[in-house]
Design a protein around this ligand. Structure first.
Ligand code: MG
Length: 205
């Protein structure tokens, strides 16, 4: 398995050249943006330890179904635990490696972005800002108007709206399912598999 590039792709020379070399021959694709904690895996709050990673059963199959229908798959994750000093960037990368391992080849991602900023001094990269989505769109040649976001929080739904995505699906596998009432997702789904069902019916026409 080739793990996806993670973190601030922009700062990595290897990923720059990866994007640049494909810029003329990769068609603009729709994507599904995926929150990590509470969406792809159990939200254990400030996860800095790979031993605490538990990807949801069925997540990899759900991602494979999206891929087979032409969607690129991009994780976008707020990780203020880094900015708060609860765990290091290296700890985060070890956690990511375990997440990718558990997702396996069927659940492989095209990109993964995270924002280490604390809420109190965050830029628009931190969800609900649209910054990470826009970065991914530029680097992976994504068509945002045909793209969706799946997440378990109001911030995910709002980030999708601000980025001009086709829409959002709120999953109930997170810690605060009541947040669905504080935002306007296009759908509410029990879990990622149900969210994918909905996107595949609604999405590419
Ligand atoms: Mg979440």
């Amino acid at each position: 398995m080739n793990p996806p590039k993670t973190g601030s792709l922009r700062s990595r020379p290897d990923s720059r050249s990866f994007v640049a070399s494909n810029v003329n021959d990769v068609p603009i694709s729709p994507a599904v943006f995926l929150d990590r904690d509470g969406t792809l895996m159990t939200d254990v709050e400030y996860c800095g330890d790979p031993a605490r990673v538990a990807v949801f059963p069925g997540a990899a199959d759900a991602l494979a179904r999206l891929r087979s229908r032409g969607y690129r798959l991009v994780m976008i994750s707020n990780q203020s635990g880094i900015g708060r000093g609860y765990f290091s960037e290296d700890d985060f990368q070890r956690v990511q490696t375990e997440v990718f391992h558990q997702l396996g080849a069927r659940g492989r991602l095209d990109g993964a972005y995270h924002c280490p900023e604390r809420p109190e001094d965050a830029t628009d990269r931190r969800k609900p800002g649209p910054g990470m989505i826009r970065e991914a769109a530029a680097e992976l040649q994504l068509d945002l108007a045909r793209s969706w976001i799946v997440g378990d929080s109001r911030a995910d739904v709002e980030a999708g709206r601000r980025a001009g995505l086709a829409g959002s699906v709120f999953v109930l596998t997170g810690k605060a399912p009541e947040e669905r009432l504080q935002c306007e997702p296009d759908a509410v789904a029990l879990d990622l598999a149900a969210a994918v069902d909905w996107i595949l019916k609604k999405g590419l026409k």
